[in-house]
Design a protein around this ligand. Structure first.
Ligand code: ARG
Length: 510
């Protein structure tokens, strides 16, 4: 359902302003303060075309438009033209639309026939899931649901970080100090401890780097021992990730990871050499981007070892072939913005027109009171701990307030995990978030638990009325308090919100 009044206002305006209705419709806003009207047309952008001052334009248009049964008043306020809609019409039409579409209210067919690929979560193997990958997971998954509501076919891809130097380091660390029994008991945590220990030792003894290089190379070349350790670490970590995804109710269409692409980088390099884009520079194969004020995009080392950029380029081409997407979204923290700019540019230079359909959706980083998170130093927070603490806190609240609740364990799990995800999605995507236990576990005000509580209460109202919902012959005129009208207006904006959230890649709008 499109906005009920916007269209109509644009049509009326179009007749008196002599501009296309669609253009006007896109300019119409909802004023932040409802006493200013239900809709407003800011006249600044029209000043140039109409060669008049914005205030003058607003006055002229106001004098030419007449109130109707549905739009009860049109008023110029400075450079704005404000519209007041007839509240009883608004209430009735919005409520009827909601009742007619039921659970589908807000969804649309805008994306029918289109495919969006979303590369999200994408944690790195051989360590537990840290809070560092919570945002990409929550935002990417939410965008998937938003696009699906708009009719798009959604392909969610978990592009695991399972290749390259850190994995050579994991093997080196395991060979030096690994204990098979300990690792079998608690795989990703044990691997993480080894990784931190290796980095600490490396500071004292830089010659350890030789072992990292050697294992990384062996891994690349398919050495059986390197491959078998790597695939063991990988499988064990994936099991651990899956437990987290299950708790958060998140799934993917495809989980393949970077390793799948390492042997596809050779072909890519050939292609980019043929197109006179890839050149040798300081012992590596790169695409120079000086012209575009960017450092080179490095595809491969001189030894033929594939690099992050190279693997991402190969993955993008593979996905275009496999899914023939109309849009591809990557969600990572803003620290990787340059990486994406560089590789989208290389796709463009290579003649792939669809590079225009690739979007990086960056988000702010999670910082700590003591600075940035660092896996190497072991200064991280595990997602599992965050979820467990949230669930435990919920359990305590239930014991205090509602000890006879049936199914307490499940409710504590659902509400606790929901609290963490909601807290993440609620803040504007690009804002950096300072990790704070109290804030993450704050259950008052506009929080996940509060919303789940409200939802549960409404469900109970619906259960009570059972068959009688929707009640025939509803008298919408009874909804006339300003609060009731404000709620209905807010509900009426829901379809537009989903749309804007998709276009701005901003779940917090919903
Ligand atoms: N594994 C990477 C990281 O943890 C994120 C990968 C994002 N996706 C991509 N196609 N580069 O930083």
């Amino acid at each position: 359902m499109a906005d009920l009044f916007r269209n109509e206002i644009a049509d009326q305006l179009s007749k008196v302003a002599d501009l296309p209705s669609a253009e006007l419709e896109a300019m119409i806003e909802v004023p932040p303060d409802p006493t200013m009207g239900d809709y407003a047309l800011p006249c600044f952008p029209l000043a140039k075309t109409l060669r008049k001052a914005p205030n003058q334009i607003a006055d002229d248009l106001a004098s030419k438009l007449e109130a109707t049964e549905r739009i009860s008043e049109v008023r110029a306020t400075g450079p704005y033209l404000n519209f007041f809609v007839n509240a009883s019409v608004l209430v009735r039409e919005t409520m009827e639309a909601i009742l007619a579409s039921g659970r589908d209210f807000g969804s649309s067919t805008y994306g029918d026939g289109k495919t969006v690929v979303i590369d999200f979560s994408s944690p790195n193997i051989s360590k537990p899931f840290t809070i560092g990958h919570l945002r990409t997971t929550a935002i990417g998954n939410s965008l998937g649901r938003i696009y699906a509501a708009l009719g798009w076919k959604v392909v969610g891809i978990n592009h695991l970080g399972d290749w390259g130097v850190p994995h050579g380091m994991n093997i080196a660390a395991y060979k030096l100090w690994g204990d098979e029994a300990a690792l079998r008991k608690n795989p990703p945590y044990e691997l993480f401890n080894l990784y931190v220990k290796f980095n600490a030792e490396l500071e004292k003894d830089p010659s350890l780097n030789e072992q990292v290089r050697s294992w990384t190379r062996k891994l690349e070349k398919g050495d059986p021992e390197a491959r078998s350790l790597w695939s063991w670490f990988r499988e064990e970590t994936i099991k651990d990730f899956d437990r987290m995804y299950e708790r958060m109710d998140i799934s993917f269409s495809e989980t393949i990871g970077e390793s799948f692409f390492h042997d596809k980088v050779d072909d890519l390099v050939d292609e980019l050499e043929r197109k006179r884009l890839a050149v040798e520079s300081e012992g590596a194969l790169v695409v120079k981007l000086d012209e575009f004020d960017m450092p080179p995009c490095i595809l491969q080392t001189g030894h033929g070892t594939s690099l992050y950029h190279g693997r991402d380029l190969a993955a993008a081409k593979y996905r275009k072939e496999k899914y023939s997407f109309d849009r591809m979204i990557y969600t990572t923290d803003a620290g990787q913005s340059l990486h994406f700019k560089q590789f989208f540019k290389v796709l463009e230079l290579a003649g792939y027109k669809w590079s225009e359909d690739c979007v990086h959706v960056p988000f702010g980083v999670i910082t700590f009171k003591k600075g940035r998170m660092s896996t190497r130093k072991g200064n991280v927070i595990f997602l599992e701990d965050v979820l467990d603490r949230a669930v435990e806190l919920t359990r305590q609240i239930i014991e205090k307030k509602n000890p006879d609740l049936p199914n307490k364990e499940q409710i504590a799990e659902d509400v606790g995990v929901g609290a963490v995800i909601y807290a993440d999605l609620d803040s504007k995507r690009t804002r950096d978030v300072m990790f704070d236990w109290d804030e993450m576990l704050n259950f008052n005000g506009e929080t996940g638990p509060y919303i789940q509580y409200t939802h549960a209460r409404y469900c109970s109202v619906l259960r009570k009325y059972g068959e009688k919902v929707p009640v025939p012959d509803l008298d919408y005129a009874l909804l006339r308090e300003p609060e009731a009208i404000a709620v209905v207006k807010c509900l009426g904006q829901f379809p537009d919100r989903i749309h804007s959230a998709a276009e701005a890649y901003e779940p917090s709008l919903v």
